[in-house]
Design a protein around this ligand. Structure first.
Ligand code: UGA
Length: 463
């Protein structure tokens, strides 16, 4: 099967490369000259584990091409996927569909035969129907069928999510679209992946409802974390106890600083707007949006109170800047608001992230000192704040952490560390939704420890 993918961003690249793995011949169209040049030269504009290797293997094998104009991509294709951006429109939270409709207009100018148009981008309910109406009026001579095939890819594990999905959703009323898309995903269905065939509107809504439900789960556990702190309970054990119930499930119950990224904040807002416009407001989703904003804003207060009520003149290391690990994506990352406010409150910030620092520099105050390793960021600070749970942070030795810092306060917004181990190392440890353990005063104990450089060399793979 031959397909064109309009948009060489995150969704387009991952989906294009994975469709090539499934046996399709794929042409990706990236109109942005800067991004196109990067792709043409073999550089990916985003970081996603395994993606660069996959794209380059498929290009070398001739299964994947990248072009920068739609007319170079559509000759002889069976289906055209729309994977362009749908950012939140300024001011009203609606998804901005200008890129989608621009692409549809261009396609109307160049398509020569019956084609299937498939939305991969997350688009408001009714968009597929609008595309069908547009095409029918612009190109009444062509038999165009429209489908919605939403993606459920998590940044950081997108290839795995594509190749081993919980489900494939195909929304269309067109028999040709059903047959072609069914055939495209056949290698997955042959392995037992379930495909849900439904109508356009339901498929579009499944995407928003899924993301909003996951966001709701996160907001719920975040509120439970606050309650745990008041009641002396532990949110990690609470989540485990809840998650063992199959009806609830263990995933997306990790308490933290609030969800970020390019999807949950945008999609919850958009669903709330869609529902208001449809006259069926979703109070729960509206509340999730508000609860998450409040939570992100409250994180700085937590850090300030852990530092004794003021951070003026305090040196604070912020570790983990991206909205989640295994990505370089800084969109709506909780670290952005936290660092801006800490700087406003007079803190002196050192920061480190394994992948996100190039993007972070544009979003954070110029005064932030970006460090090449976790260790250099921690050196001599009064407090350390962990905002993203990168795997390498889990290997940090608490004794080494204590000795590298000048102060003893550690605020762990992702519950990376064990509170008791941190307390034993003499650290004043603040997790999320967990009991405070009294830090052991280590100053009068003879040190049996390795020199700090050696401990770090052993515990941090980055050094
Ligand atoms: C999310 C969905 O998980 C994907 O299924 C969907 O395809 C994608 O959006 C999209 O619409 O394109 P993503 O934003 O990459 O994927 O990342 P998630 O792993 O879902 O995390 C989102 C946010 O929630 C992150 O800030 C993360 O730290 C936070 N989170 C997640 C928690 O705070 N606790 C959890 O238990 C899980």
């Amino acid at each position: 099967m031959r397909i064109a993918m309009i948009g060489g961003g995150y969704v387009g690249l991952v989906s294009g490369a994975c469709f090539a793995t499934l046996g399709a011949t794929v042409v990706i169209v990236e109109a942005d000259q800067h991004r196109f040049n990067a792709l043409r030269d073999g550089r990916l504009p985003i970081y996603e584990p395994g993606l660069a290797e996959l794209v380059s293997a498929h290009r070398a094998a001739g299964r994947l091409r990248v072009v920068n104009a739609i007319n170079e991509a559509v000759d002889g294709v069976d289906a055209v996927f729309l994977a362009v951006g749908t950012p939140s429109r300024r001011g009203d939270g609606h998804a901005d569909l200008s890129y989608v409709f621009d692409a549809v207009e261009q396609l109307a100018g160049v398509l020569r035969g019956p084609t299937i148009l498939v939305t991969k981008s997350t688009v408001p309910v009714g968009t597929g129907a609008r595309i069908a109406t547009m095409m029918a009026s612009l190109r009444p001579d062509l038999a165009i069928e429209v489908a919605s095939n939403p993606e459920f890819l998590r940044e950081g594990s997108a290839i795995e999510d594509f190749m081993n999905p919980d489900r494939v959703v195909i929304g269309t009323n067109g028999p040709r679209a059903q047959a072609h898309l069914g055939a495209l995903y056949q290698p997955l269905t042959a392995q037992g992946v379930r495909t849900l065939f439904t109508d356009l509107e339901t498929a579009e809504l499944i995407k928003y409802a899924s993301n909003s439900f996951l966001a709701l789960k996160i907001s719920f556990i975040n509120e439970m974390a606050d309650l745990c702190e008041k009641l002396g309970a532990d949110v990690t054990q609470l989540a485990c106890g809840m998650g063992l119930d199959h009806r609830i499930g263990p995933k997306f119950l990790r308490a933290g600083p609030g969800f970020g990224g390019s999807c949950f904040p945008k999609d919850t807002q958009a669903l709330a707007r869609i529902a208001q416009d449809a006259g069926a407001p979703t109070r729960l989703v509206e509340t999730v949006v508000a609860v998450n904003e409040t939570r992100k804003a409250a994180m700085t207060g937590r850090i300030i109170s852990a530092c004794g009520g003021s951070v003026r003149g305090r040196r604070i290391a912020v570790l983990g800047l991206t909205f989640k690990p295994d990505t370089d994506d800084m969109r709506d990352a909780p670290a952005i608001g936290i660092i801006h406010r800490l700087v406003d409150e007079g803190a002196i910030i050192t920061a480190y992230d394994p992948m996100g620092m190039d993007h972070a520099r544009f979003q954070l105050p110029a005064r932030v000192n970006f460090c090449p390793t976790a260790r250099t960021a921690l050196n001599g600070v009064d407090a350390a704040v962990f905002v993203t749970e990168w795997a390498e942070f889990r290997t940090i030795d608490p004794d080494a952490l204590r000795e590298t810092m000048r102060g003893r306060v550690v605020v762990d917004l992702r519950n990376i560390f064990d509170p008791a181990t941190m307390a034993t190392a003499g650290i004043i440890y603040h997790g999320i939704g967990r009991k405070l353990c009294a830090a052991t005063n280590r100053s009068d104990q003879p040190s049996q420890r390795l020199p700090v450089e050696q401990v770090y060399a052993r515990s941090l793979s980055i050094i």
